[in-house]
Design a binder for this molecule. Sequence first.
Ligand SMILES: C[S@@+](CC[C@H](N)C(=O)[O-])C[C@H]1O[C@@H](n2cnc3c(N)ncnc32)[C@H](O)[C@@H]1O
Length: 285
Amino acid sequence: MRQPLPQWNAIYQGDCLEILRCWPDAFVDLIYIDPPFNTGQRRRLQSIKLGFGRQQRRGFGGKTYNYEIMSDISYADNMPFDAYLEFLYQRIQEGWRILKPTGSFFLHVDPRIVHYARLILDDIFGADHFINEIIWAYDYGGRPRDRFPWKHDNILWYTKSEVWTFNLDEVERIPYMAPELVGPEKAARGKLPTDVWWITIVPTNSKERTGYPTQKPEKLLERIIRAASRPGDLVVDYFAGSGTTGAVAQRLGRRWILVDNHSAAISIMQQRLGCLALPNVTSVI
Ligand SMILES: C[S@@+](CC[C@H](N)C(=O)[O-])C[C@H]1O[C@@H](n2cnc3c(N)ncnc32)[C@H](O)[C@@H]1O
């Protein structure tokens, strides 16, 4: 029996595998997913207000401050490794199934698992359908003293067939590293980015910040969505977190569907997207 199309501009709550299995084949233009990286820890973000509350922390110069926890959001990211690979495999396979033949799939991972992810994607999409490994480089956080710090994530782009969307002219140009070598006209126009993208993480004090752990910057999603989809296309993110993909898709005139199994993610997405559209929230479990 043919399954009905899900609503678009909608947020679905539940395990993405169960939700995707209810959807028909081949109706999505672009999928971006940023699943948990299996870091072995809980991913956690607390936002605190200094100068209030009964809890205390020691700060610069040994001074003690009172603080109050305003929000505390976390999710588990610690599966046994084999189970994690199986978890990814099943969910990527469903992603492949719901993509149109002209569709693109972007998988966001980190350097610890990117080689396993490549093998999974080669198996499901075919090695010939590998388009790019985008290196998202940033500079934030601690610096170990026994190696070069890990300061990039890996975004793997695969297509379902030999036909796909790439809007070269939609991609934001960036400054030349040595503008004096290319002449004033070219320098003013800038150059197209390569597969290494320097984009800052979401700054603590930015308007974009939602308080959700592992929130990705809108600028990163903007480059992907502009390049690999057209206005009116359907963009799906089934590990949606704070809803960055939906917020950018909406702003760029694409349709979107977001899925997450965490209730904190769902309420942040409702708030974030409620200002832009009227999201329907469908609770599956
Ligand atoms: C790395 S975060 C995504 C962050 C997102 N890209 C953003 O910009 O906010 C991964 C998300 O996957 C969700 N998740 C984990 N397992 C899931 C599952 N089985 N089904 C749906 N969502 C899941 C987590 O709740 C978390 O919100």
